[in-house]
Design a protein around this ligand. Structure first.
Ligand SMILES: [Zn+2]
Ligand SMILES: [Zn+2]
Length: 323
């Protein structure tokens, strides 16, 4: 009885296993029983080979602490988890940049089994209690919402800024919701009717890609997940403006670097963000991600779940290991 169900990724192939070992709890870590785990574009790119990963993918989850040797009083807490597990002693770590620790493991992405399973382990300090007012359906979005908030963490958005979000998929929707509160003049370039309807529900203005104005926006956020997104962002940003890149994908990009120099464009790469503010926004209902949910799947249906997540315009596909 020490095996579990899991989704296994190896050489670009996903398989469903019933015989994965339940992870042992290393010192300083806790065992979490997964309630829900979301598929994001990074997972789809991992399958394509964006980063060479063998093991259990998945990094967006909500679950319960079931074993916690160093903090037994935390057993029973419902938690979400910061996905980067830093070494704690290198220069990056002691300088307050643990998410850039070169020795870090990353849940379901770098040298650490992830959330598409019945159980996972993470350092106890990575696990943050979910307030009772935040449902499982909302809590599974904390990691991508934190990633959306990282944009404002790195790059303040002024009420007078013209901001364009390119891409209205899973992440683009969260970014748009998180940014509306700044009062900026926000537009979202949305391709699919379902994405446009979701934006309308939150009174967020969308435009067609063909309506994007050239050299106009102070800040352009690329959440397309494609190489074409950067090119579109480059055309839309005004001289001396900022492009925030949220897309990670396999492959490289041709850039006219001189044009960036002449126009003095700032390019900001933006990855993971702060969990506690994301939980606050969910608890107060300022961001409501629950209607971004597309479908729930059991782990045994992993192939179908991934295929569904790949369909254009599809929003969040979520695994429920315990039905
Ligand atoms: Zn993700
Ligand atoms: Zn470190």
């Amino acid at each position: 009885m020490d095996t579990m169900q899991a989704v296994w990724l190896e050489n670009g192939e996903l398989t469903y296993r019933r015989d994965a070992p339940i992870p042992r709890v290393p010192p300083g870590e806790a065992l979490v029983k997964i309630r829900r785990a979301g598929i994001c574009s990074t997972d789809l790119e991992l399958v394509k080979g964006y980063y060479p990963f063998t093991g259990i993918p998945g990094h967006e989850f909500v679950g319960d602490i079931v074993d916690c040797p160093d903090r037994p009083e935390r057993v029973g807490q419902r938690v979400v988890g910061e996905i980067n597990a830093p070494c704690g002693i290198c220069t990056a770590c002691v300088s307050g940049r643990p998410r850039h620790c070169p020795h870090r493991t990353v849940l379901g992405i770098v040298n650490r089994n992830g959330a598409f399973a019945e159980y996972l382990t993470l350092p106890t300090g990575n696990l943050i209690r979910v307030p009772d007012a935040v449902s499982d359906a909302a809590a599974v979005f904390v990691e991508p919402l934190a990633a959306a908030l990282q944009i404002q963490q790195q790059n303040p958005i002024r009420p007078t800024d013209r901001v364009l979000v390119l891409g209205a998929g899973r992440l683009g929707q969260l970014i748009a919701q998180a940014i509306t509160g700044t009062g900026c003049a926000l537009q979202v370039a949305a391709r699919h009717p379902v994405q446009r309807r979701l934006l309308e529900r939150r009174q967020i203005p969308w435009i067609d890609e063909a309506q994007v104005r050239q050299r106009y926006y102070d800040i352009v956020i690329d959440a397309t997940g494609t190489a074409a997104g950067f090119d579109a962002a480059r055309r839309a940003v005004r001289p001396a403006g900022t492009i925030v890149v949220k897309s990670t994908y396999k492959g490289e990009l041709g850039i006219d670097l001189s044009a960036l120099v002449v126009d003095e464009i700032t390019v900001v790469g933006s990855r993971c963000g702060p969990f506690a503010p994301a939980l606050r926004l969910l608890e107060k209902g300022i961001v409501d991600p629950t209607f971004l949910m597309a479908d729930l799947y059991p782990l045994s249906n992993a192939a179908a779940a991934f295929n569904r997540a790949k369909e254009p315009g599809v929003l969040k596909v979520v695994f429920v290991p315990y039905g």
